[in-house]
Design a protein around this ligand. Structure first.
Ligand SMILES: [Zn+2]
Ligand SMILES: [Zn+2]
Length: 230
C-alpha cells in the first residue's frame, strides 16, 4: 500500500512549514481517508472514508456548503452537508480493500471511528482523533504494518474532559498514551494532526516524538505530503 499523508495540522489556527493542511490520507492514489481540505478532491479519489465529521476532517462542515453527491462516501453517521454517506459500522469491502470500522471515543456531538484497512496482505490502522479506544476494540487490532494516529497533545493524558450529565469523556488523549496503546500492535507509528505544542519548535517536537519510541518501535512525525509504503 502506498500511503500519502496530505495534511498534518490539527484543529488549530497556527501553521508551520510542512504542517499547514488539515487531515487527509491518500491510499494507492485511489481513495482518501478524511477530507480536511477541498483541494484533496483534485486527486480524484474513487471514494472517501471519514473518521468523523469535524471540519478539520471534513472541510465542507466548516464552510456549510454541500459536497457533490457524486462522491462515494463512507462514515460513522449521516451528515447533512454531504447527504449520501454510506453509514458503516461493520466490516465492508470496496475495490479489494477491506475496512474494519473500530468505534472510538472522541466527541459528544459527532460519532467517530478508526479504520483497519487490509489489502494485499498488508494491514494499516488510521485512528483519526482519539480520546480513547476501548480495551475490547484494542484487543481486536492484532499486528499491523503501520498505525497512523494523532498528535494533538504531547503531555500524558492529553486534554480529556468529562460531560457532567452523562459522565462521558471527550477530547484528545496524549502522545505517550497513544504510544502505550499502540506499540503492542505495530513497530511503526506515524503521527499527524499536530496541536499547538508541536508548532512552537517543529524540529524539537519531532525529536520529542521520536524519543518516546519504545525499544524496537519506530515513532515519527509526518509532514504534509509525506509518503510511506507498507
Ligand atoms: Zn475531531
Ligand atoms: Zn481533528
Amino acid at each position: 500500500m502506498k500511503i500519502k499523508i496530505l495534511g498534518t495540522r490539527g484543529e488549530i489556527e497556527e501553521t508551520a512549514p510542512w504542517h499547514t493542511k488539515h487531515s487527509g490520507v491518500l491510499i494507492d492514489d485511489h481513495f482518501l481517508l478524511d477530507l480536511g481540505e477541498e483541494e484533496y478532491l483534485d486527486y480524484n479519489p474513487s471514494f472517501i472514508v471519514f473518521t468523523h465529521f469535524h471540519p478539520d476532517h471534513a472541510y465542507f462542515v466548516r464552510r456549510k456548503n454541500e459536497l457533490s453527491e457524486k462522491i462515494k462516501a463512507y462514515g460513522p453517521e449521516e451528515n447533512k452537508e454531504i447527504g449520501n454517506v454510506n453509514i458503516v459500522n461493520d466490516t465492508f469491502e470496496v475495490d479489494n480493500y477491506k475496512f474494519v470500522p473500530i468505534p472510538t471515543i472522541h466527541s459528544l456531538k459527532v460519532k467517530s471511528q478508526s479504520y483497519l484497512i487490509e489489502n494485499g496482505g498488508k494491514r494499516l490502522l488510521y485512528t483519526g482523533d482519539l480520546a480513547w479506544m476501548e480495551k475490547k476494540y484494542q484487543e481486536r487490532l492484532g499486528q499491523l504494518d503501520m498505525i497512523i494516529t494523532e498528535g494533538s497533545f504531547f503531555r500524558k493524558g492529553g486534554m480529556i474532559r468529562r460531560d457532567k450529565k452523562s459522565g462521558k469523556i471527550y477530547g484528545h488523549t496524549g502522545v505517550p498514551d497513544l504510544i502505550r496503546i499502540f506499540n503492542k500492535h505495530t513497530n511503526h507509528l506515524v503521527l499527524m494532526h499536530f496541536g499547538k505544542w508541536f508548532k512552537k519548535d517543529v524540529e524539537a517536537s519531532r525529536k520529542k516524538i521520536e524519543n518516546e519510541a519504545p525499544e524496537g518501535v519506530k515513532v515519527e512525525a509526518a509532514r504534509d505530503g509525506q509518503e510511506f509504503s507498507i
